[in-house]
Design a protein around this ligand. Structure first.
Ligand code: GLU
Length: 301
């Protein structure tokens, strides 16, 4: 076993898991390219999963556009992409397992209820900050109607290693609280869907954007509760928008002009610190291998 949980060569399965809320943009291509490069550098397989579990945020046709943009860049998955919208049965099974173990419980609290409970405990929070769930429904609903399902989280530090960011730690109980597995609107939460899918698809290395890094501790807790293996993690640099924040549709992310794949791949490769590439993927792959070879026992050319 190599450092950071990376398994060299055989057995590597990586993935790119876009939410189809719009076409691929410069930021999402960085995650796609990095996950592809890392899978190929390890002689592994690369899968694409369409994360359309949050249906109201999805845009019709966006999944097809993303797959076409990837294909324009010659980033072609080794299996037909799966869609989370067709996998609710698996999420239901996982929730049932957690309920059976006493790890998941129903919650009747609205956002307002949570704010009031926090205020009553003298715990304030930033206006847009995530609310730390104070555990109101842990001991039962008190006759109120269930809305969501939450994971019962024990106090304590979750420690994990990111291949780029180094050692990471989070006390999920203190910083997040018991988090949502199934939402009040009946939709499956990202945390549950992603953990179930990564395990079922046999993903060994998760390579994704740095904005997702702070979900990792929650996902590790869920893996442990479900008896699943924890993959390795590598969070890639973000592309920033004009306002200095993560590139998104709100701050100027444009659909990528993938009719010029060399241009867009070169830009993504530069964000990954791979320098200017003369030809698209072959050179980027060599540069990626050179960058990671020492640390991860990658095979020599
Ligand atoms: N679907 C998530 C997104 O597009 C990525 C999830 C993941 O890679 O874990 O932001």
């Amino acid at each position: 076993m190599a450092a950071g949980g990376a398994t060299a060569a055989a057995g590597y399965v990586g993935r790119f898991a876009p939410s189809p809320t719009g076409p691929l943009h410069a930021g999402s291509l960085v995650a796609a390219l990095a996950s592809w490069l890392d899978a190929r550098a390890h002689g592994g397989r690369w899968l694409v999963r369409i994360e359309d579990v949050d249906a109201p945020r999805c845009v019709a046709g966006a999944a097809e556009t993303i797959l076409q943009q990837l294909a324009d860049c010659k980033l072609v998955p080794d299996e037909n992409p799966v869609r989370q919208s067709q996998r609710s049965g698996f999420y239901q099974e996982a929730l049932a397992q957690l309920v059976g173990q006493g790890r998941a419980y129903p919650c009747a609290c609205s956002r307002k209820d949570i704010e009031l409970a926090l205020a009553a405990q003298g715990r304030s929070h930033g206006r847009h900050a995530e609310l730390v769930y104070p555990g109101t429904c842990r001991a039962g609903l008190g006759g109120r109607a269930p809305r969501a399902w939450r994971l019962r989280v024990q106090p304590g530090m979750v420690v994990w290693q990111d291949r780029r960011l180094g050692p990471q730690r989070q006390d999920v109980q203190r910083e997040v609280g018991d988090f949502v597995l199934k939402r009040a609107d009946g939709l499956w939460a990202y945390q549950l869907a992603v953990v179930v899918d990564d395990a079922q698809q046999g993903i060994t290395q998760i390579v994704r954007g740095e904005d997702l890094a702070d979900n990792t501790a929650r996902q590790i807790l869920l893996q442990r509760a479900l008896g699943l293996r924890t993959p390795g993690y590598l969070h890639t640099p973000l592309v920033l928008g004009l306002n200095g924040e993560k590139l998104s549709k709100q701050n100027g992310a444009h659909a990528l002009p993938t009719y010029d794949p060399l241009l867009v791949l070169n830009r993504a490769a530069r964000v990954l610190g791979l320098g200017e590439q003369a030809g698209p993927l072959a050179q980027a792959l060599q540069a990626w291998q050179a960058q990671w070879r020492a640390a991860y026992n990658l095979p020599r050319d």
